[in-house]
Design a protein around this ligand. Structure first.
Ligand SMILES: [Zn+2]
Length: 186
């Protein structure tokens, strides 16, 4: 890419170039990813870096707004999708989930922000919805005991499951089961 092409990407906040290069502002010694929404610097004040290391070695600091230091290897969409995949696969295994989330490489607060921006709900809400949907399905379609269902969707105790269920469904798991599976088991 030529400097003119890079400048063009910066001027249009083109996130498809995130991770491909960074730009720095000589007057502030701050560097950004191309999609940063900060004010576009004058052309004569712009410098380009191939990677994070190069920017840091030149004495530049990551912009607080676009956090190029966190995003070099993980464009935003990739992070959001990765979190969703982890929640889908491991929502019932809290320990595994916590461990794998930590490996994503961004802070938990940042994860919440990214996820919400991309999917419109917090990871916690998404996670709760998954657990609730699965629990409801099992209550209606299986003969599993309620405690077995509670454990299978990641609760550590029956009481935690009951209060979660009541909060979301305004009913208890046993009542919900009774009301919804007539005909299947009789
Ligand atoms: Zn920035």
């Amino acid at each position: 890419m030529t400097d003119d092409q890079k400048r063009e990407a910066v001027v249009s906040n083109d996130e498809r170039y995130d991770g491909l290069f960074f730009y720095g502002v000589t007057s502030t010694k701050i560097f950004c990813r191309p999609s940063c929404k900060s004010k576009i610097p004058l052309k004569k004040n712009m410098v380009y870096f191939e990677n994070l290391k190069q920017a840091e070695q030149a004495g530049y600091h990551p912009c607080k707004r676009c956090r190029p230091d966190l995003l070099e290897y993980h464009p935003i969409q990739e992070i959001a999708e990765k979190i969703k995949l982890l929640l889908d696969d491991h929502y019932a295994q809290q320990k595994v989930l916590t461990m794998k989330m930590a490996q994503i490489g961004v802070t938990y607060r940042r994860m919440i922000h990214i996820f919400k921006e991309y999917y419109g709900v917090t990871p916690k809400k998404y996670y709760d919805n998954l657990r609730l949907a699965e629990a409801r399905k099992k209550l209606i379609n299986t003969d599993d005991t309620i405690i077995a269902i509670a454990y299978s969707v990641g609760f550590q105790s029956l009481s935690a499951f009951y209060s979660f269920f009541r909060r979301n469904m305004n009913s208890s798991p046993s009542k919900y089961r009774k009301e919804n599976n007539h005909g299947i088991h009789s």
